[in-house]
Write a protein that binds this ligand. Structure first.
Ligand code: DX5
Ligand code: ZN
Length: 223
């Protein structure tokens, strides 16, 4: 397999110092994050509110690492392309909220971003297997979206395995990403199930040295 990708989630960072918190995972070598994961929540799709496009635009100006936007919002068909136009590397929308996921993927790509599709823990992969070929990333949620620091739901690994098989047998160019409860105790089982990219919030930003923490996670995932 390829080198595992690590995407620290700034949901667990200090929101008063977001630029510095991103710089803390933008070092050199193994301590550099592959993507920085930014959780956008609208208090409707999920019961929490974080930040939106103006903050993402400011983060894009200072981040040396590509930004992975995870949009936990209603009506992504309307709002998601703005994040792509702003320069996000990858823009992920929730399948449960998208009215026309195929058209939305096309719009995200036309705006210059990779297109990501996310599934909540209870959403079956089979419902979206057909649309996956229009996407570049598949974000499997391993907690209910809304909050950092929750416990990993191991049941979703069956969904990861199914998705991995379809991506490999169909020769799809899709990065399989997992989000929620990833830490030193859970990352190996996720890697074994076929995950390419690991989002980690509290496990990175809760550590004394976020760069070292992400490097250690990547090394664990590679075994
Ligand atoms: C939760 C967010 C996650 C969150 C993960 O809804 O999508 O990205 O930051 O946090 P941890 O890694 O602490 O579970
Ligand atoms: Zn997320």
């Amino acid at each position: 397999p390829n080198r595992p990708l690590i995407a620290p989630s700034i949901l667990s960072a200090d929101f008063a110092r977001l630029g510095e918190e991103i710089a803390a995972v933008a070092g050199s070598g193994d301590t550099r994050a592959d993507w920085v994961h930014v959780d956008v929540m609208d208090a409707h799709f999920v019961p929490n509110l974080t930040l939106g496009l103006p903050v993402v635009q400011s983060l894009l100006k200072v981040s040396e690492v590509p930004i992975d936007c995870h949009l936990m919002i209603e009506d992504p068909d309307r709002w998601a392309p703005g994040y792509a136009e702003a320069g996000a590397y990858n823009v992920t929308v929730h399948a449960e909220a998208a009215a026309d996921p195929v058209m939305l993927a096309k719009n995200l790509r036309a705006a210059g971003a990779k297109a990501g599709l996310s599934l909540k823990p209870g959403t079956p992969f089979e419902d979206y297997a057909e649309v996956l070929k229009h996407y570049d990333t598949l974000l499997v949620m391993s907690v209910e979206p809304g909050f950092g620091g929750q416990s990993f739901i191991a049941d979703v690994l069956a969904k990861v395995r199914t998705a991995r098989r379809l991506v490999d047998t169909g020769h799809l160019n899709v990065v399989v990403e997992i989000d929620g409860g990833i830490n030193a105790d859970t990352i190996e089982q996720a890697a074994e199930a076929g995950v390419d990219c690991f989002v980690a919030g509290s496990a990175v930003y809760g550590a004394a040295d976020p760069g070292r923490a992400l490097a250690a996670l990547r090394e664990q995932a590679a075994r």
